[in-house]
Design a protein around this ligand. Structure first.
Ligand code: SF4
Length: 596
């Protein structure tokens, strides 16, 4: 029945595998054969997909799979001790399945609940605010084999925690308002308004949204004649909303999707009208699958209200619908070309670029991929105009930014500010505890700033961010923070290119060596060399930003790092570079890279 429901399009492969995993608690070998035959793809392709996503497994993960969120903020709230506590209660080793096959307990990357941690997932459903009492109850529920659907609702309570709203979160929005304004103004004029607004992508890269939309539209215009068409004869283009919010410390898209889904879907529909797309996808990270049902309900309401589907608001030449596609625990799928691969049912491996998705995206067709918050802004711009939006924020960073605040603060949660707000203002508003020592802006791939830099501004021209702000008070061990981030990148590297696959592992190992008290000055030099390789030679943004937190603490907190070393002046007894001299002679190479 699972295969029948999904039809024969191989792009449904990942969705099918997720359902099989749910039912069987793993992907049986016979299921792989059946799925491969059904979609007409080699078995090895299906195995490749299963092996790629961390929520899929070829061996049983137990009837109950509990994965603790491993972000540094969860760790600061006692995640390691709590995980061991539950393991002891259920007689299971971390990372293993209990002997009776009932339960497994392990760690996963950030689950996007940093404002209400320590958090975990039980069979994909989020558990928040874990403490010993809650874990006692959970252990009891597991021992009595109570289905997760019947567990007390309070265990799964996820709150929005909005502490400051502005134009997105603080003003009412009437569903349909942006589409009506778009239809009245026309697609071309709406693009002019988006251009005037100077809206830039909220996923972190900050690419101008109007340019992306206009490239996508222009590609088809140039190709007209030999293009692939949909069943109505229109050239195919796609709108994709990137809700794979995997950057540790970021959870603002969770809130937008939970309470402002209409605004997001409306922005996608406006985008569709501008570029001429008739199909859209929301790529929802696996950790947020608990939102799936309610998002489907919003889509249904919008179809019934004539805001989605055929002839939107009676406009004969405007049809557009949205399908939700679930991710399965792979941070790299937040990268737009990896996301498209995943949408096509494949491993989420970043593509070579160019061509960019706007010209060659989903199934080779022009595709706009924008962040959840970007679409929410686009809806507001369509409704209120580009000049209105451009008047908010700074010259290069117009509008507002949603910031997910977590760590050592009294009021973790979501804060919406006009761009240009200082870090110190945010710290005041969220009740930063004690004297904050450092702040991680934009998650592990972003920037670590010290207390000397708190007057810096959140803006593309100073501190660009996808929306995370993790606060660390003075007594926090920042080395441990950077080590957590190094572990994260080693775990999430997709393994496609050597500099990142090997570099992130080496970085993790050196950080671990220093943390265990065996580090020397040469390890710091090695970290810098590795950082240079990762930055300059990686295939995609994950690898090129994987050394950021390590290099930042080396530069900004040298005393703290050096205090961890066993001996500052220690030199390794083994001369690796000297040992490789013969190999260099044989290969005829004597450049910088041959000396690494
Ligand atoms: Fe994969 Fe890392 Fe290479 Fe990106 S940089 S393609 S994540 S191995």
């Amino acid at each position: 029945p699972i295969l029948e429901r999904h039809g024969g399009d191989a792009s449904r492969l990942l969705q099918v595998l997720l359902e099989v995993q749910d039912v069987c608690h793993f992907i049986p070998s016979e299921a792989i054969d059946l799925i491969a035959a059904h979609f007409g793809v080699p078995r090895v392709n299906v195995e490749g997909v299963v092996g790629f996503y961390s929520f899929l497994s070829t061996h049983s993960v137990g009837e109950y799979r509990l994965l603790f969120s491993g972000n540094i903020t969860d760790q600061m709230l006692g995640k390691d001790e709590l995980m061991q506590y539950l393991c002891n209660k259920l007689w299971v080793e971390p990372g293993k399945v209990s002997e009776d096959g009932l339960v497994s307990i392990g760690s996963t990357s950030c689950t996007g609940m940093c404002d209400q941690g320590p958090a975990a997932l039980i069979n994909g459903w989020p558990l928040t605010k874990l403490d010993h009492n809650r874990l006692d109850l959970i252990a009891e529920l597991i021992r009595s084999r109570k289905p997760v659907a019947d567990w007390p609702a309070m265990l799964f309570e996820v709150v929005d925690n909005i502490h400051r709203g502005d134009v997105l979160l603080g003003q009412p929005f009437e569903p349909g308002a942006a589409i009506r304004a778009t239809l009245a103004r026309g697609a071309k004029e709406t693009l002019v308004e988006v251009d005037k607004s100077n809206l830039r992508g909220r996923g972190g890269a900050g690419f101008k949204t109007a340019s992306k939309w206009s490239f996508c539209h222009a590609t088809i215009a140039e190709e007209e004649g030999g293009v692939i068409c949909d069943i109505d004869g229109h050239p195919e283009r796609f709108i994709v909303c990137n809700a794979d919010e995997g950057e540790p410390g970021t959870f603002k898209d969770r809130v937008l999707l939970n309470s402002y889904a209409d605004l997001v879907f409306e922005g996608m529909t406006v985008g569709a009208r501008v570029v001429g797309a008739s199909k859209g996808f929301l790529y929802l990270r696996g950790e947020y699958r608990y939102l799936l049902q309610q998002l489907e309900a919003v889509l249904k309401c919008r179809r019934e209200a004539g805001l989605l589907g055929e002839t939107i608001l009676g406009q004969m030449d405007f049809s557009f619908d949205i399908e939700i596609h679930l991710g399965a625990g792979a941070y790299i799928c937040g990268e737009e070309s990896a996301l498209i691969e995943s949408l096509e049912g494949k491993r989420g491996r970043p593509r070579n670029r160019p061509p960019f998705p706007v010209t060659y995206g989903y199934k080779g067709r022009p595709t706009v991929v924008d962040n959840v918050e970007t679409f929410a802004c686009a809806a507001k711009i369509a409704e209120k105009g580009g000049a209105w939006f451009a008047a908010i924020g700074t010259a290069q960073s117009t509008g507002t930014k949603l910031i997910s605040v977590s760590g050592d603060v009294a009021r973790p949660g979501i804060y919406e500010y006009p761009f240009g707000v200082t870090v110190s203002q945010i710290l005041d508003d969220c009740g930063a505890e004690g004297r904050p020592y450092a702040v991680q802006v934009s998650g592990p791939s972003g920037t670590t700033i010290s207390w000397k830099e708190f007057e810096r501004k959140i803006a593309f021209e100073d501190l660009p961010t996808a929306g995370a702000l993790m606060v660390f008070r003075r007594k926090r061990d920042l080395f441990q923070v950077a080590q957590n981030f190094a572990d994260f990148f080693a775990h999430e590297s997709c393994g496609f290119c050597t500099p990142c696959r090997v570099g992130t592992e080496l970085q993790k190992k050196i950080m671990s060596k220093i943390a265990s008290g065996y580090g020397t000055a040469s390890d710091l030099e090695e970290l810098k060399r590795l950082g240079h390789i990762l930055k300059t030679m990686s295939h995609c943004g994950l690898g090129s930003s994987a050394a950021n937190p390590v290099l930042d603490i080396l530069e900004k907190f040298p005393d703290m790092v050096e205090s961890k070393l066993k001996a500052f002046a220690f030199k390794p007894a083994f001369d690796l570079d000297g040992a490789l001299a013969t190999a260099r002679t044989i290969t005829g190479r004597d450049d910088d890279w041959a000396h690494l």
